[in-house]
Design a protein around this ligand. Structure first.
Ligand SMILES: [Zn+2]
Length: 285
């Protein structure tokens, strides 16, 4: 599996008017649940580790799990490094076999962002690895920091144009008002800005912070040019909340594998709902 498969999947999504969902995993249990759900839905998906997960388990271990899963899965499965702020981590994951990485240098000025994206592109292209960058900011608490309301988080169309021309990056996450974590109130996506960026550049566009955006808004964003939707928070929250409840229910000294059956099913239901949201926009499945 390499980035060329992802290129084909995103092109088909673009032409078919749907998006490839990307799900974040924290360990082997939610990883397995995500893949099983996609197989049962016959849907191509991306499965992503964020830098905290990679730092905890090591790039080699994450890649080994991803590499086996990509061969064994009954659907096209792309293992992805999400939100790396480090060129070195991107390179390490590429060396161990990740077919897709994100270098997020959106917190720097545009010139530095471009330099960092180009450093990863130069390394990735030789190995046919797909690269995602970010312009504008994804709001909310989390690994990107904590942006308050009123901060200048929206992508500037001219920045997206300059970055995509200067880097030829494969896909681009854009700040259009979505946030990591849970939303307080209804999220306000700037569809006009999304549409402007989509008209200005050919690069595949990525929506981060999928959790909590109403289905109709996600589908509207897809119609306006989003080709990949990231879903993270609802996966780990479903995992932990379901585990909490199940442990309360069974009491002391349960066996891991017995407890995890219920958790796996709960995660699978969430994943299936998101696959349907992202992929029923036009694609006959
Ligand atoms: Zn994100």
């Amino acid at each position: 599996m390499d980035g060329l498969v992802l290129a084909k999947l995103l092109k088909e999504a673009d032409e078919g008017g749907y998006a490839i969902p990307s799900f974040n995993y924290s360990d082997i249990w939610d990883f397995k649940a995500i893949v099983e759900a996609a197989e049962e839905e016959h849907a191509p998906i991306m499965i992503a580790s964020n830098p905290l997960v990679v730092a905890e388990f090591g790039a080699e271990t994450c890649a080994a799990i991803g590499n086996v899963a990509m061969v064994k899965a009954k659907i096209p499965l792309i293992h992805h490094l999400d939100h790396s702020f480090s060129i070195e981590m991107c390179k390490e994951c590429i060396d161990f076999g990740y077919p897709s990485v994100m270098i997020d240098a959106s917190k720097y000025d545009l010139e530095t962002n471009i330099k960092m994206v180009n450093a990863v592109m130069a390394y990735a292209e030789k190995k046919h690895v797909y690269v995602e960058a970010e312009v504008g900011k994804i709001k909310g608490k989390g690994i990107e920091g904590n942006f308050k309301e009123g901060d200048d988080f929206l992508v500037r169309v001219e920045d997206a144009v300059v970055l995509s021309k200067a880097t030829h990056v494969n896909s681009l996450a854009i700040g259009i008002g979505s946030a990591h974590g849970f939303y307080q109130g209804k999220p306000q996506l700037n569809f006009e800005r999304l549409s402007e960026v989509n008209k200005a550049i050919d690069t595949h566009l990525v929506l981060h912070g999928g959790t909590g955006i109403p289905r109709e808004d996600v589908q509207k964003a897809i119609r306006l040019g989003i080709n990949k939707v990231n879903v993270g928070t609802i996966i780990h929250c479903t995992y932990m909340n379901s585990l909490h409840k199940e442990l309360d229910r069974v009491g002391d000294n349960p066996y891991t594998l017995d407890v995890m059956k219920k958790i796996r099913d709960d995660i699978k239901n969430v994943v299936k709902t998101w696959i349907q949201t992202c992929m029923t926009n036009g694609r006959a499945r």
